[in-house]
Design a protein around this ligand. Structure first.
Ligand SMILES: O=C(O)C(=O)C[C@]1(C(=O)O)C=C[C@@H](O)C=C1
Length: 102
């Protein structure tokens, strides 16, 4: 892939952006597969929410943002949004496994 400063048109830059976004989403889909499986090791709503882990996730992503020259507040927001969604999905999975007949 060309360096951003070597791109010669807006189309070339947008193509690079699209390619990168697709890679990000592919990685996110891998992460999501792990998130769905983690429910196996959880028993109730508190363990799904996992407040201590949420704090750890946010603190580390803030640290990584600074290290990478990114805005830590932006990445805190992004990861809260993702985790909120994941909590909802995990609760759905937990409920459906708890209500399945043996
Ligand atoms: O680490 C967990 O326990 C997870 O369920 C994963 C995850 C996450 O997306 O990183 C999702 C929900 C929890 O609130 C905390 C973290």
């Amino acid at each position: 892939m060309k360096k951003p400063e070597s791109c010669e048109s807006i189309e070339e830059i947008r193509e690079a952006i699209d390619g990168i976004d697709y890679q990000i989403m592919k990685l996110y889909s891998q992460r999501y597969e792990f998130v769905k499986e983690i429910v196996k090791f959880k028993t109730d709503e508190a363990s799904v929410i996992a407040e201590n882990r949420q704090a750890e996730v946010i603190a580390k992503r803030r640290e990584w943002a600074v290290e990478l020259g990114l805005n830590p507040d932006l990445f805190e927001d992004i990861f809260w949004t993702l985790m909120r969604y994941n909590v909802q999905k995990e609760l759905e999975i937990l409920k459906s496994t708890n209500t399945k007949p043996v």
